[in-house]
Design a protein around this ligand. Structure first.
Ligand SMILES: C[S@@+](CC[C@H](N)C(=O)[O-])C[C@H]1O[C@@H](n2cnc3c(N)ncnc32)[C@H](O)[C@@H]1O
Length: 321
């Protein structure tokens, strides 16, 4: 059964949505509201750009047009998506952790660097970037649409703060627990074994979809909790190519099963290897993915066609009399 939850249910009280002033807070970035200016005010839920450019041709589209991939900067492409047109967004943004550190892969110390796109530009610039793409996503969401953002402590506090500044309605905070994390080689910290997923609706007025019964069924008849224990993607999910921060399909399937109305349009502004697209089209939804790198657009195309071969086929023409 699909359930729409009322605007007040499960929502934090308005006071909890206000950012508290802190003497250590970074100086405001352009376009970012400061705590000093009072309670967070929704800035752009209905804003439209004066002369919105149409969407460019996708870099790749499936024959039935159900999946579309765009190579480019999500800040530029998001503003060309028609306002209030997307049902669910999943975003796995840069975590800003590629700054010369090391991690352990297959028992060996290796560089943590993922690519130029993951380099930190400092706390303030990182936050200004998060505020910008979140605002653009909010504009693209339908009034009852919801959005998921994954992250670790490197980025998730900025994302959560920007969401509050923008007037999103915070719904849940999911802890994704990885049962087999790489060991911590320095032995000076606990082993990092979790990521956070924030789930939020477009605004406080949203009546969001939560497929409660489906989640309970998937959890042996008990209410699904906010801790999800799922393994990182194995070799089976990397047969067509590798991406340094690939998410497991099971994670994306679960969150889309929880939050998508039937026949949704799902968007991922940081497409990567296209895990969101694979899960979305497998579940019968349409998909739009954006990424800076052609290499990842190509990998996504291969994964989509492998997962859903019918994407190669044009829909049959109907004779209209
Ligand atoms: C954390 S990865 C996403 C991984 C993805 N969830 C997966 O399962 O493969 C982020 C991706 O966003 C892309 N990216 C970074 N900055 C971008 C931007 N401004 N616009 C579009 N894509 C961007 C990177 O190329 C990278 O592939």
């Amino acid at each position: 059964m699909l359930q729409s939850v009322s605007a007040t249910e499960t929502a934090l009280p308005p006071s909890d949505l206000r950012a508290s002033a802190s003497p250590k807070a970074p100086a405001p970035a352009p376009g970012v509201q400061t705590p000093q200016s009072g309670p967070a005010r929704p800035t752009s839920a209905r804003a439209t750009t004066p002369a919105q450019k149409p969407l460019p041709e996708p870099t790749w589209r499936s024959a039935d047009n159900r999946a579309r991939l765009y190579k480019g900067d999500c800040l530029e492409i998001l503003e060309r998506i028609p306002a209030e047109s997307v049902d669910v967004i999943f975003a796995d943004p840069p975590y800003f952790l590629s700054n010369g550190g090391t991690t352990c892969r297959a028992g060996k110390r290796t560089s943590v660097d993922k690519g130029a796109w993951d380099k930190s530009n400092g706390v303030e610039e990182n936050h200004a970037f998060n505020h910008k793409w979140l605002s653009a996503c909010q504009r693209a969401l339908k009034p009852n649409g919801t959005m998921w953002v994954s992250g670790t402590g490197h980025v998730i506090y900025s994302v959560g703060y920007a969401m509050q500044q923008l007037g999103f309605k915070m719904l849940n905070e999911i802890v994704w627990e990885k049962p087999n994390p790489p060991p911590n080689l320095s032995c000076r910290y606990f082993t990092h074994a979790t990521e956070t997923l924030l789930w939020a609706a477009k605004s406080r007025k949203s009546r969001h979809t939560f497929n409660y019964d489906r989640m309970r069924e998937m959890n042996d008849g008990k209410q699904m909790k906010t801790v999800w224990r799922l393994t990182a993607p194995g070799q089976k999910e990397k047969l067509l190519g590798r991406h340094p921060t690939q998410k497991p399909i099971a994670l994306l399937e679960r969150l889309l099963l929880a939050s998508c109305p039937d026949n949704s349009l799902v968007l991922d502004p940081f497409n990567g290897s296209g895990t969101t697209g694979v899960a979305a089209v497998t579940l019968g939804h349409s998909y739009m993915g954006i990424d800076l790198e052609q290499e990842y657009i190509d990998l996504t195309q291969a994964r989509l066609l492998d997962a859903v071969p019918s994407l190669r086929e044009r829909p049959a023409l109907q004779v209209v009399r």
